[in-house]
Design a protein around this ligand. Structure first.
Ligand SMILES: Cc1cc2nc3c(=O)[nH]c(=O)nc-3n(C[C@H](O)[C@H](O)[C@H](O)COP(=O)(O)OP(=O)(O)OC[C@H]3O[C@@H](n4cnc5c(N)ncnc54)[C@H](O)[C@@H]3O)c2cc1C
Length: 462
C-alpha cells in the first residue's frame, strides 16, 4: 500500500493506459498546476502493434494543442479510391480537399510515429510500465483505491480510464455493460512499398478494394522527405500498409478471439480474398510469412455516462467502444484528454478563491471540484459520442434496407453485391458530410461551451 500522505492541495491523478487516450491526457493534465500524475501501462514497453493510422484535420488540431503535431510525419493522402474489389472498378473518388491548409490534410502515419511523438511530450517520471490494473474501489472521501496485478496498491483523487476497448475501469463503473466480437477480423501489416511497385494502381493513391464480406486497404505511410534526412527516418525504405477485413456472422463464430495483435499465417488471411482482383491477390502474396497481425473487432453499446463515482472518467475507446468505426479514434481519444484538462482547469481556477485552513475542508473542496469537472467533461463529450452511435445505426439500417431491396429484385449475387456496395460506399465521406467529426476543432468546441455557459448565466440574471 502506498504510504504517501494525502496532500489536500495536490490533485493525485492515476491514468490507466498508455495509448493515445492515456498519453494525451498525461500531456494535457501535466500542464496544470498542483497535480501529481502517474500513468500505469500494463505492457512491458510502450509498443504499438497496429500498422498505420490516419491523422486528419481533427487530430492535427488537438495534436497542435498538445505540442506534438510537428513530430508526426507520414504519407500525405491525395486521392482516396473506393473500388469494387472483385472487378477493380473505381466506384468513388475522394479528392484531397484543396480548401484545407496542407498542414491539416490527412496523412497516413505509422502508429509508432504517433506514439513516439506523444511519449516525447509526456514529462519524465510519469509513466510506469508493467503495471496491469486489476481493480478499483470507491474509497469515499479518500478517493479511489487501485490494485495492480503485481500486488501493488495506490490511491488517487481522480482515475482516468484510458485502458481501451476492453477497459477494466469501464467494467468497474458499469458492470452491466458488455462488449462483444462484432464478426469482423482485421489483418494488418507494413511491407516495403518496392515489393508492390510492379502492381499498377496500388499507390501512391490510397485505395480500398471492397468485396462482398470485407475489403483490402493499401496506403503508403511515410513522408518521402524523411528519406532525405537519415536522422529522422526510422526505416531506410518507404513502407506501405496493407490492411484486410473479413466479416462473418458473429453468432456462428466458434474461435477464441483476441482483440489486439496476434500473429496470423498468410494462408489464414489469403483464403478470404481468393475472389478479389488479381492485383489484390498479387499484393497479398508478397507479404512475407510472419508479417500479418490479426485483430478481432469488439464493440459495445453507448454508455449513458462517461464518468462515475464523482472521480472516475473514461476516455478514448474505453468510453465509446466503437471498434474504430470512423477511423478517427485517436483524435477522439486525444480530444477527450484535452477537454478533461480544460474542465479541471476551469473549476480549480474558480475555486482558488475558496480558501480554507483545514485539511478536511480542502479535501472536500477538491472532491467537489473533481466531480464538477467530470460533469463538464460528460456534458461536452457524451452528446458527441451519442451522435456517432446514432449515425452508425442509421447507416446500418440503410445498408440493410439496400440488401433487402436488392434481394427482392434479383437473386444474382453480383447484382446484390453491387447494390449493397453502393449503399456501403455512401458511408465513406468524400466531401463535408461528416464535418462534425473530421473537421472538428476541439478548441472551438471548448470556446462554444464557455460562451453557452456565459449566455445561460446572463439569461438567468435578466
Ligand atoms: C482496425 C482499426 C483501425 C483503426 N484506424 C484508425 C485510424 O486510421 N485513425 C484513428 O484515429 N483511429 C483508428 N482506429 C482507432 C484507434 O486505434 C483507437 O481509437 C485508439 O487507439 C484509442 O486509443 P485508446 O488510448 O483509447 O486505446 P488503446 O490504443 O487501445 O490503448 C489502451 C492502452 O491501455 C493499456 N491497458 C489496457 N488495459 C490495461 C490495464 N488493465 N492496466 C494497464 N494498462 C492497460 C493497453 O495496453 C493500451 O496501451 C482504428 C482502430 C482499429 C481497430
Amino acid at each position: 500500500m502506498s504510504t504517501e500522505p494525502n496532500h489536500a492541495n495536490v490533485l493525485r491523478i492515476a491514468i490507466i493506459g498508455g495509448g493515445p487516450a492515456g498519453l494525451g491526457a498525461a500531456i494535457a493534465l501535466s500542464a496544470l498546476p498542483n497535480v501529481r500524475i502517474t500513468l500505469y501501462e500494463k505492457a512491458r514497453e510502450l509498443r504499438e502493434v497496429g500498422a498505420g493510422i490516419s491523422i486528419g484535420y481533427n487530430c492535427w488540431k488537438v495534436l497542435e494543442l498538445l505540442g506534438a503535431a510537428e513530430d508526426v510525419r507520414g504519407h500525405l493522402q491525395q486521392n482516396v479510391l473506393y473500388r469494387n474489389g472483385l472487378s477493380g472498378e473505381i466506384k468513388r473518388v475522394k479528392p484531397a480537399p484543396s480548401s484545407v491548409p496542407l498542414k491539416y490534410r490527412s496523412r497516413r502515419v505509422k502508429r509508432t510515429r504517433l506514439q513516439a511523438a506523444l511519449i516525447s511530450k509526456v514529462p519524465p517520471g510519469i509513466i510506469q510500465l508493467n503495471k496491469k490494473l486489476v481493480s478499483i474501489h470507491d474509497a469515499g472521501t479518500q478517493g479511489v483505491h487501485l490494485t495492480f496485478e503485481d500486488g501493488a496498491k495506490t490511491t488517487a483523487d481522480l482515475v482516468v480510464g484510458g485502458d481501451g476497448i476492453r477497459s477494466v475501469i469501464r467494467t468497474s463503473l458499469f458492470p452491466e455493460h458488455i462488449t462483444k466480437f462484432t464478426g469482423t477480423t482485421i489483418w494488418r501489416t507494413l511491407i516495403p512499398a518496392k515489393s508492390l511497385s510492379h502492381i499498377h494502381d496500388l499507390f501512391p493513391d490510397t485505395s480500398w478494394w471492397h468485396g462482398p464480406s470485407g475489403h483490402c486497404y493499401f496506403s503508403l505511410v511515410d513522408d518521402p522527405s524523411e528519406f532525405l534526412d537519415s536522422s529522422t527516418s526510422s526505416s531506410s525504405e518507404q513502407m506501405i500498409e496493407v490492411s484486410c477485413r473479413y466479416l462473418i456472422d458473429p453468432a456462428l463464430d466458434t474461435e477464441k478471439r483476441f482483440s489486439w495483435g496476434v500473429p496470423a499465417t498468410n494462408e489464414r488471411v489469403n483464403v478470404h480474398f481468393t475472389q478479389y482482383d488479381r492485383r489484390v491477390r498479387d499484393a497479398l502474396s508478397r507479404v512475407p510469412e510472419g508479417g500479418w497481425k490479426e485483430f478481432s473487432a469488439f464493440s459495445g453499446p453507448r454508455l449513458e455516462r462517461l464518468v462515475g463515482w464523482g472521480k472516475v472518467v473514461l476516455l478514448g475507446d474505453a468510453s465509446h467502444p466503437l471498434s474504430g468505426a470512423f477511423g478517427s479514434g485517436a483524435a477522439f481519444a486525444l480530444e477527450d484528454g484535452w477537454i478533461l484538462a480544460r474542465a479541471i482547469e476551469l473549476v480549480t481556477s474558480r475555486a482558488s478563491s475558496t480558501f480554507s485552513d483545514s485539511d478536511h475542508d480542502r479535501q472536500v473542496i477538491k472532491a467537489r471540484n473533481i466531480a464538477d469537472a467530470l460533469e463538464i467533461f460528460n456534458d461536452i463529450r457524451s452528446p458527441y459520442y451519442r451522435r456517432m452511435y446514432e449515425h452508425l445505426d442509421s447507416q446500418k439500417a440503410k445498408v440493410s434496407r439496400a440488401q433487402t431491396e436488392a434481394k427482392s429484385q434479383s437473386s444474382d449475387p453480383t447484382y446484390i453485391f453491387e447494390s449493397v456496395l453502393a449503399s456501403r460506399l455512401e458511408a465513406f465521406p468524400v466531401g463535408d458530410e461528416l464535418s462534425w467529426i473530421y473537421k472538428n476543432d476541439i478548441a472551438i468546441i471548448w470556446q462554444q461551451y464557455l460562451r453557452s455557459k456565459r449566455e445561460a448565466r446572463t439569461a438567468a440574471r435578466i
